[in-house]
Design a protein around this ligand. Structure first.
Ligand code: ZN
Length: 395
């Protein structure tokens, strides 16, 4: 974003929020190309991110750890030896497979680690993720257990750490983890077809679940997902609105707090977008329901993938209407409190932020306002309002 293009001159710098900005090219058009996937899978430099109950294998709190095909092949073997059609034809619901996802390629990797796509156009180091959780009901449970025991011997310094508690990943690793986590969680929580209730099979390199026409050679029931255009077997992304609300006189910002948060911690209001609602309407409804304040103009600021489990945070800035700014918490019990804060108090608090689970930051004075850290889109929205770090549209 170094160059000053037309949009930057007109609207100010863009914001790339934490959990976005993956260094990987997803090569989505190659997800059914099993020749390519098979080569990529078995390349000695290909990197595998392992998830255990959605916790990623990591070498430090800020760095993911990756293993190679030789580490993981006893659990996954090579599912790409057959075409996708053949895989569907030979589907057997009593045999489970760990969720395996092709995440993409890092085109900046050095040449000895890379492979090239069959058309010769794209070269990079391949990344996959594997769900190694030893689910008790899975037919590969004991193989997953064995793999976890072997990891402790072969990779003694790598451990599975819990996101938002024990991890503070670098931005690029956070983005790789976000995709892997969301897709894995969707695969394991959508084992049955929404159209007919039969077991589904993960295809398209982990980004789609198909309802197979046969199970162990026997034809399955007719299913609406196999006819026409349907999207019932694709991953979910749940839109969520999150908004900084500015007072009508432009001097205060509305923040709320939930009971479970640390003392003095406040953040922007947020909520799920409902079907049949525009982003702007969802912002107005959520703010009114949770705080009693009526919002007029809404401007969209930036967005953030939020892989807990599958949200897309749509960050907005709203402006309260004059005379409709009194706080009323009686409609919705979600917030313990909501309050208008003057910009000076908020500017000071932006200097002392830390994560929800990280304890108070150095230099923090007990009793002062606490705000989310820069990795949260809420922080970016608050900065935009009180520091004017972006210029909103002035056409
Ligand atoms: Zn079905």
């Amino acid at each position: 974003m170094a160059e000053e293009g037309f949009l930057t001159r007109k609207f100010g710098e863009g914001v790339e929020n934490y959990y976005s900005g993956s260094p990987l090219n997803r090569l989505a058009f190659l997800r059914t190309n099993h020749t390519y996937l098979s080569t990529a899978l078995q390349h000695p430099s290909t990197r595998f991110l392992l998830l255990n109950s959605l916790d990623p294998l990591s070498s430090t709190p800020s760095t993911l750890a990756f293993v190679s095909y030789s580490d993981i092949s006893p659990l996954i073997s090579n599912p790409y030896t057959k075409t996708e059609e053949e895989t569907l034809e030979t589907f057997t619901s009593s045999i489970d497979h760990p969720v395996l996802i092709f995440l993409g390629i890092d085109e900046s990797a050095s040449s000895e680690h890379t492979i090239t796509t069959p058309d010769g156009k794209y070269t990079g180091q391949a990344y996959f993720s594997v769900d190694v959780t030893p689910y008790p009901h899975a037919s590969y449970s004991s193989a997953a257990d064995g793999l976890l025991q072997g990891l402790k011997v072969d990779h003694p310094t790598a451990v599975f750490r819990t996101a938002r508690k024990d991890l503070n990943l670098d931005k690029e690793h956070a983005a790789i983890y976000a995709s892997a986590r969301t897709l894995t969680n969707w695969n394991v929580t959508a084992p049955f077809c929404a159209g007919c209730g039969q077991k589904t099979l993960s295809v398209n390199a982990g980004t789609k679940r198909a309802c197979p026409p046969k199970d162990a050679g026997v034809e399955t029931r007719k299913c609406p997902s196999r006819e026409g255009v349907h999207n019932i077997n694709f991953p979910r992304t749940d839109p969520t609105v999150i908004m900084a609300v500015i007072s009508s006189d432009g001097t205060k910002i509305l923040l709320g707090r939930q009971k479970k948060w640390p003392k003095y911690w406040h953040s922007t209001l947020a909520g799920f977008l409902e079907p049949g609602e525009s982003i702007e309407e969802a912002v107005r409804r959520e703010v009114w329901e949770e705080s009693g304040v009526t919002v007029g103009r809404v401007v969209i600021h930036s967005s953030q993938p939020w892989p807990f489990p599958a949200s897309l945070m749509i960050g907005a800035i709203g402006e309260a209407l004059p005379g409709k700014e009194d706080i009323y918490l009686g409609n919705d019990p979600e917030l313990e409190g909501a309050k208008w804060f003057g910009f000076d108090e908020v500017k000071e608090a932006l200097g002392f932020t830390s994560g929800l689970y990280e304890g108070t930051p150095v230099g923090y004075k007990e009793g002062a306002l606490r705000l989310p850290p820069k990795t949260a889109i809420a922080n970016q929205l608050i900065r935009a309002v009180v520091l004017g770090e972006i210029h909103l549209a002035k056409i």
